[in-house]
Design a protein around this ligand. Structure first.
Ligand SMILES: [Zn+2]
Length: 249
C-alpha cells in the first residue's frame, strides 16, 4: 500500500433484503427487486475492505460487532469496524448510535430483552453529508428511509441484540459482552458539507476523505492510525482510493 494512491473500481453486487427498497437509483439496474444492500468489493480479495450502499424502507435490528481480538477469540478472521456516510435521508430519518447515557450491564440486558433498549439509544436525526465512525462494540441500528455508504471491514460478523420481535435469531450474550454501554463519542461524527448527492449524476463528483483510526491490524493496510479513504461515486458504482498516509507512530 506504499506509494502513490490509485483509484480502484469496485466490483458491484446487489443483495435483496426484506427491509430494502424497490426504488433504487436507475444506475443500479435493480429491476424492481427489493434491494437493501449493494456491495462494492475490492477486486483484490486480500484487501479486507467492503464498501456497502445500504437502502432502507424499515428499521434494521439493533446490533453490535466485535473488534479484531474478540473476533479471533471466537474463531473468526477479523472484527468489524464501520464508517457511515449518509447519502440521502427522508426528513425524519434517524440512525441509532451509542447510548444516551452510561448504562449498567444488567440494565442493558433487560432493556434488550423487553425492547426498551430503543429508548436507551441515541437516535441522531440525519441528512446527506452526515458522517459517523462506528467502532466495534458500538450499539447501533439503521432507521427507515435512509441511504448510507458504509466503509467497513469485510467480515460477516454481526451480533443482533434486538430485532423488534421479528423472530430472527438474536446473539444476546455475545453482543452484550462486547457492547460499549456509553454514548457515542462526539469526535467520531461530523459532516462532509462539500459533498453533493445527485445519485444519477456521472463522474467523480463526490469525494469523501475519511481518515479515522482503525484497521491497523489488517496485514494489507498500512500499519498506522490513519487509514484514509476517498470514495468517488460513479454511475451505479463507487471507486475507492485507500491513502498511503505515513504512520504517525
Ligand atoms: Zn453494523
Amino acid at each position: 500500500m506504499e506509494g502513490r494512491p490509485r483509484m480502484t473500481i469496485l466490483e458491484r453486487s446487489l443483495h435483496e433484503r426484506p427491509w430494502g427498497r424497490e426504488d433504487l437509483p436507475s444506475a443500479y439496474h435493480a429491476g424492481g427487486r427489493r434491494i437493501g444492500e449493494v456491495w462494492h468489493q475490492h477486486p483484490d480479495a486480500r484487501l479486507p475492505v467492503l464498501v456497502k450502499s445500504t437502502f432502507t424502507s424499515q428499521r434494521l435490528s439493533v446490533q453490535v460487532h466485535p473488534d479484531d481480538d474478540a473476533a479471533r477469540r471466537a474463531g473468526l478472521s477479523s472484527g468489524k469496524e464501520e464508517w457511515w456516510l449518509v447519502t440521502a435521508a427522508s426528513a425524519d430519518a434517524v440512525l441509532g448510535i451509542g447510548l444516551k447515557a452510561p448504562v449498567a450491564a444488567e440494565a442493558l440486558r433487560l432493556a434488550a430483552l423487553d425492547g426498551s433498549i430503543i429508548d436507551l439509544m441515541e437516535w441522531f436525526p440525519v441528512r446527506a453529508g452526515d458522517f459517523f465512525h462506528i467502532p466495534p462494540g458500538t450499539v447501533h441500528a439503521i432507521g427507515p428511509e435512509v441511504e448510507i455508504i458504509e466503509v467497513q471491514q469485510n467480515a460477516d460478523v454481526t451480533y443482533r441484540i434486538f430485532d423488534y420481535g421479528r423472530g430472527r435469531e438474536l446473539h444476546l450474550d455475545a453482543g452484550l459482552a462486547l457492547a460499549r454501554r456509553v454514548p457515542h463519542p462526539p469526535e467520531l461524527r461530523g459532516r462532509l458539507p462539500e459533498i453533493g448527492f445527485d445519485a444519477e449524476a456521472p463522474g467523480c463528483l463526490r469525494a469523501a476523505r475519511i481518515s479515522p483510526c482503525g484497521m491497523s491490524r489488517q496485514p494489507h493496510l498500512p500499519r498506522c492510525r490513519k487509514v484514509s479513504f476517498r470514495l468517488c461515486r460513479w454511475p451505479g458504482s463507487w471507486r475507492l482510493q485507500i491513502g498511503s498516509s505515513a504512520p504517525d507512530g
